[in-house]
Design a protein around this ligand. Sequence first.
Ligand code: FES
Length: 156
Amino acid sequence: MDEDSSVEPSNKKDADGPVYIGREEDLKKQRAKARINGREIVVFYHNGKFYAMDCRCYHAGGPLHLGEIEDINGQACIICPWHKYKITLGTGEGLYQAINPREPSVTPKWRSKGVKQRTHHVTVDNGNVYVTLSDMADSIDSDYYAEKTINSSVKK
Ligand code: FES
C-alpha cells in the first residue's frame, strides 16, 4: 500500500458542518488523511463510494489509512495493518469469526462486535469532497485514539 496523502482541510463551509477534504478525482485515486477539529480521519474510495472514519484503529491505534480493503461477508472492510482486525467501512463495526459449538456445522461465521470505529458522513458537491464529523453524543471505542498523535512506524 502506498503512503496516503495528508491534507489540511481548507475552505471550511462552517465550523461544525462539512469540511473540504479534496477533489473527487484525486480522492478516487488516493486516500486522504485529514484533521478536523483535532480529530484524525481518513477518506476511502471503494467500489464507487466514499467512506470516512477515524484514522486510528479502535484496538490499539493502528493506522487504518495503510490497510487493505477486502469484501467480507458482503461488506467492504478495512483490514488494520497492525493486528488484522476487520472493520466495515460503512458502519465501523468490528467483525470476527465465530463458531457455535452447538451447531452441527463448525464452519465459522462472521459476526459483529458492534460499532467500534467512528464513521463520518461524506458528501460530494460539484467535484469537491467534504466530510462532516458524526454526532459525538455517544462514546465509541475509536474515540480514545482519534485525537492522539501516534507514530505509525511503531508496530505493536
Ligand atoms: Fe488495529 Fe490492533 S491496532 S488491529
